[in-house]
Write a protein that binds this ligand. Structure first.
Ligand code: PHE
Length: 374
C-alpha cells in the first residue's frame, strides 16, 4: 500500500514515490538513540572505542534519513545507471530524494559543512529493498567513520595502515579477539568512493564473517566535498550494525530489533556489552507455510514480490525462499515458485488468518505485477 503522504520529512512525493506504509512507519523510531536497545548499546560501544583512540572524534546520529541523490550517489561517484540507484533497489520519495541507502550519503556533507573536523562517526537508519530472511530487513542501521590527514605529512600508505590498525582494533574490542591473521583477514573490495577498497572479515564462532567495508577516500570525493586532495586525504568505513549486534548478543532474527515485545527489550540494559548479555530466545511458535507458484512477466522483479508480501504480512513474514525457477523449453515462458514462511514471534498464527493475507497477496500479484498463478 503506497498512499504517498503530503510530505515525508519535509520532502514532497512525486510519481516516483515507492515507500510502502510499513517502511514509512520505521522513520523516526530512532532505535540507535535508545541506550537500552541492542543497536543503541552497540553504537555507544563503537563511540567509546573511537573517543578513547582520538579525543577529537565527533559523533552524529540525528541526521534525517531522507537525502538527495546527489549526496547519496553522485558525489560518491555512483554512476547514473548503477543498479543501487534503481527503484527496484532503492526507496524514492521523489525523483531527487531517496531514503538513504547508506550512511556514506553524509560524508561530503560533513566534510564541507565542518572543515575543522578531522574525524567523525555518523550512524543512522538506512533503507534498501531486499529479500526476506532472518538477516535481511528493508530498514537497518549503519555507522560511517571518516578520518582525515595532512597530505603533506602523511602518505597514502600510512593512511591505509592507520585504517587497518584502527579497524582491527575496533573488531578486537567488539569481539574480544586478539588481532592477527587467524582471527581477521582483509579482502579486496570495490566501492566507487574509495581507492583502494577493502573488506574486513573476522573468524568468529567457526566461520568468517564480513564486518565492514572501507578504503582510502577517492580524490574526486574529496573534491566534491570542497577539499584539496593535495592538502588532505583520509579513510572511510561503513559498518552494518544489525549483523554485528545479532552475533554479539545472540539475537536470532532481525525482526526482533523492531519488536516492542518486553520479552525482548527487557533482556537488555545499557551495560549489556560489558556484561556480555546473551539473548534467551522465547519459544518459537509454529510456522505456517504458503507456496506461490506463478508464470512471471519479463520485467518481473523479485523485490516487488518481497515487498508486497511484507506489505500484507508485516513482521509475521519470517522468510521467503525461491524453491523453483523454470523456463519452459518451447514457449520460453518463465515460472517461479516461492515458499513463504509465516510466523509470529509472540503467538501461534491460525491457518485461517494466514490464508486471508495470502489470498490478498495472490490477488495483488495478479493485478499489480501481472503474474499468472499456476
Ligand atoms: N557505504 C558502503 C556500504 O554501504 C560501505 C563503505 C563506507 C565502504 C565507507 C567504504 C567506505 O556498503
Amino acid at each position: 500500500v503506497l498512499a504517498p503522504p503530503g510530505e515525508l520529512l519535509g520532502v514532497a512525493p512525486d510519481e516516483k514515490y515507492n515507500v510502502p506504509v510499513g517502511v514509512r512507519e520505521k522513520l523516526g523510531k530512532d532505535l540507535l538513540l535508545n541506550p537500552k536497545h541492542p543497536l543503541g548499546i552497540l553504537w555507544k560501544t563503537v563511540q567509546d572505542y573511537f573517543a578513547e583512540q582520538d579525543a577529537d572524534c565527533k559523533f552524529f546520529d540525528t541526521e534525517k534519513p531522507v537525502v538527495n541523490t546527489v549526496d547519496c550517489f553522485d558525489k560518491l561517484r555512483v554512476p547514473p545507471e548503477h543498479p543501487s540507484r534503481s527503484p527496484s533497489d532503492t526507496y524514492y520519495v521523489n525523483k531527487d530524494y531517496v531514503l538513504r541507502t547508506h550512511t556514506s550519503a553524509h560524508q561530503c556533507q560533513f566534510l564541507s559543512q565542518y572543515p575543522e573536523i578531522k574525524s567523525f562517526l555518523c550512524a543512522g537508519d538506512v533503507y534498501r529493498r531486499d529479500e526476506i530472511d532472518a538477516s535481511h530487513y528493508p530498514a537497518f542501521h549503519q555507522c560511517e567513520g571518516v578520518r582525515l590527514f595532512d597530505a603533506e605529512k602523511v602518505s597514502r600508505e600510512e593512511v591505509l595502515e592507520d585504517l587497518k590498525k584502527t579497524l582491527e582494533g575496533l573488531a578486537a574490542h567488539l569481539f574480544q579477539l586478539k588481532t592477527g591473521e587467524d582471527t581477521m583477514r582483509w579482502l579486496d573490495e570495490y566501492f566507487p568512493f574509495t581507492e583502494p577498497s577493502l573488506e574486513l572479515e573476522i573468524f568468529y564462532q567457526d566461520d568468517w564473517m564480513e564486518v565492514l567495508g572501507c578504503g582510502v577516500i577517492h580524490h574526486d570525493v574529496l573534491r566534491n566535498a570542497g577539499l584539496d586532495p593535495a592538502k588532505v586525504h583520509g579513510w572511510a568505513f561503513g559498518l552494518g550494525l544489525e549483523r554485528l549486534a545479532m552475533v554479539l548478543f545472540g539475537i536470532p532474527d532481525i525482526r526482533l530489533f523492531w519488536s516492542d515485545d518486553p520479552r525482548f527489550s527487557e533482556q537488555f540494559v545499557a551495560e549489556s556489552f560489558e556484561q556480555k548479555t546473551k539473548f534467551k530466545p522465547f519459544s518459537k511458535y509454529p510456522p505456517v507455510l504458503k507456496d506461490i507458484s506463478m508464470w512471471i512477466p519479463e520485467d518481473f522483479a523479485d523485490n516487488d514480490l518481497f515487498e508486497m508480501i511484507r506489505d500484507e504480512g508485516g513482521d509475521q513474514v519470517e522468510k521467503v525462499d525461491l524453491m523453483d525457477d523454470f523456463t519452459h523449453p518451447k514457449t520460453g515462458r518463465r515460472s517461479k515458485m516461492f515458499r513463504v514462511t509465516w510466523r509470529d514471534m509472540s503467538r501461534t498464527l491460525t491457518n485461517e488468518e494466514v490464508n486471508a493475507k495470502h489470498e490478498t497477496v495472490l490477488d495483488r500479484l495478479v493485478k499489480e505485477l501481472e503474474v499468472e498463478l499456476r
